[in-house]
Design a protein around this ligand. Sequence first.
Ligand code: NAD
Ligand code: UD1
Length: 333
Amino acid sequence: MSILVTGGTGYIGSHTALKLLERGERVVLLDNFSNSGPDVLTRMEEIAGCALRFYRGDILCADTLSEIFRTEDVEGVVHFAGLKAVGESVQKPLEYYRNNVAGTLNLLEVIGRFGVKNFVFSSSATVYGSRSVAPYREDMPAGGCTNPYGQTKYIIELMLQDLYASDDSYNITALRYFNPIGAHPSGKIGESPSGVPNNLMPYITQVAAGKLPELRVFGADYDTPDGTCIRDYIHVEDLAEGHVLALRNQRGFNIYNLGTGTGTSVLGLVSAFEEATDVKIPYRIADRRPGDVQTSFAAVTKAREELGFLARFDVRRMCEDSWRWERYANGHA
Ligand code: NAD
Ligand code: UD1
């Protein structure tokens, strides 16, 4: 029996697929390479030390999905495939609704036809919007996201909840990720943003590598100890482990936060990076970025008690691994 990993050559999908293999699961990967490429698959195979089952295709194509389910003995699906750039989603909302919402709908319809009942979905802490105050608990109100990307995540959560309400033989888990950073300890796979990064850690590593002149810190007048926004950064390897645990503990419909429960400010992350790598990050304070929430971090009790999930890696280790990956990627660009 295998686990189908959609978006399996993407940042989080690739780490999770390798973690599942490490834990003795068989995996089948699907990706259309819209935000990754065949080189990732090659490096994943180097790390795994074996060939991986891979399909190049789109979750929007029912024929491709049916071929996979006909050929492979799939018992569960971990669904990462999707578009994730917040700014782009504002420019191209329909692309996001089509790819993320219609793509997931298509996948669920095919899964239903083949009688596969176990489904894990990549949701996001972004669904908490700005209505609640951190630490965010899974039972706090969600929705009201400020951008189409966030809306697609929330809509998919609702779709999954309704599907389960109609047929409780499904096991469905939505995992709300906080801020994944870090990379595989080998340094051979990691996050590869196209163009200038929007997210903080890839921006920092590109400044460190000399590809960008300086970091702009978006706002230093927030009501936080150093005036900069606070986030819950989580190592992608911990996140991957969270998926293994989620798959092993599926029962009914559930939502879990995957975070560390600890907040780090923007300047705190800059300092941690400098200490971990001995590389100075030039920065200047800039205006606030529209849509940013001041403080976001997870309540971790539910994932700990029900899944046995506890993040192991600290921010220093996240910085070390992100930096190792950045240097590897530059050497192999
Ligand atoms: P990523 O872009 O690195 O990986 C997504 C993969 O899906 C890519 O390899 C891409 O080529 C593929 N893909 C996209 N559309 C597809 C389609 N229609 N058919 C087949 N493949 C398709 O992103 P990631 O950071 O690994 O994120 C994975 C999932 O986790 C996404 O759904 C994302 O929204 C969610 N998420 C990510 C973060 C984050 O900070 N990285 C935070 C919260 C949630
Ligand atoms: C962003 C997205 C969110 C998504 C998440 C993970 C927005 C409004 N939100 O969240 O939907 O789920 O990424 O992909 O885009 N920062 C700087 N300078 C930079 C980059 C970031 O100061 O060059 C600051 C930001 O203002 C923020 C913090 O660093 O305070 C973290 O930013 P980022 O990595 O983009 O993550 P989120 O804002 O949490």
